[in-house]
Design a protein around this ligand. Sequence first.
Ligand code: 13P
Ligand code: SF4
Length: 305
Amino acid sequence: MSPKVDPDIQKINQIKGELHANILAHNYQIPEVHAVADVIGDSLELALAARDTDVDVLIVCGVRFMAETAKLLNPEKRVYIPIPDAGCPLADFLTPELIRDSRQKYPDAAVVVYVNSSAACKSVADIVCTSGNAVTIVKSLPQSRIIFGPDANLASYVREQVPEKEIITIPVDGHCYVHQQFSLEDIRNARLIGGTILAHPECPEIIRHHADIVASTGRMIRIIGEHEERVWHIFTEEGMVMRLRSLFPDKEFHSVQSAVCKDMRKTTIGDIIRCLESLQGEIILDQDSSESARRSLDRMLEASS
Ligand code: 13P
Ligand code: SF4
């Protein structure tokens, strides 16, 4: 008897074939979304997949800036987000006006914006970075003064890794509420169990300093795959722990309680079916600002290749 195929998965695969579509899903998405994804990855890996794809339609399961980045890097494709209001509260900390004001104050500085930002912010930046390449990008620039936003924690991580440069954070208090909540108590609890602590660069300085390794979600996967260690504590969004458990069923993963990104959690398999059937939620960007936002992203991909 042939194995039973889930009817939702069957339906999605059928529509994907008809539309010549691919589904890109961030590592934080829930397992049922990962089950229908063609590419699963961190922000940088999804951006590269969007740039290099030869399909006609991309469905981006994640938050809005990820779908916007896909559209910017491959404007000929039709890009959809199943939940159009899935945003990133960290991205909302930064505005083009804040960037313009800082440029006036520090005219000799380069502006680096974290990919967790709007297309409008990317359009007035010099270059974009992700958590996986922020240090490489900042090092690659000739300027010794860098305006960096919107994540003050990632900025402080870059400051530590590139001490020869001055990093000016805009705004001073930009942060991700999911990573900001981790405490020393969480570190102590992890140490009681034993194993290795992996923290995302969006974590506050105190958490990064007590962690064993600081890494983007994509690098976390590579590190765990390369190490014998069995027990891991994952200081990032809880969806990552589900992803790691499915990739490494023989290892033990501990999450930090209630580290849930509400926006990342919004997309379900039903939303993907609705999106594919109705083709609603298309990403349409302002043409003028898209050109300069694309240049900022292209510079990042060139500097990190
Ligand atoms: P990664 O690029 O490491 O996947 O991070 C994206 C993100 O939003 C972290 O909260
Ligand atoms: Fe934004 Fe934080 Fe959610 Fe990542 S986890 S998408 S940074 S709010």
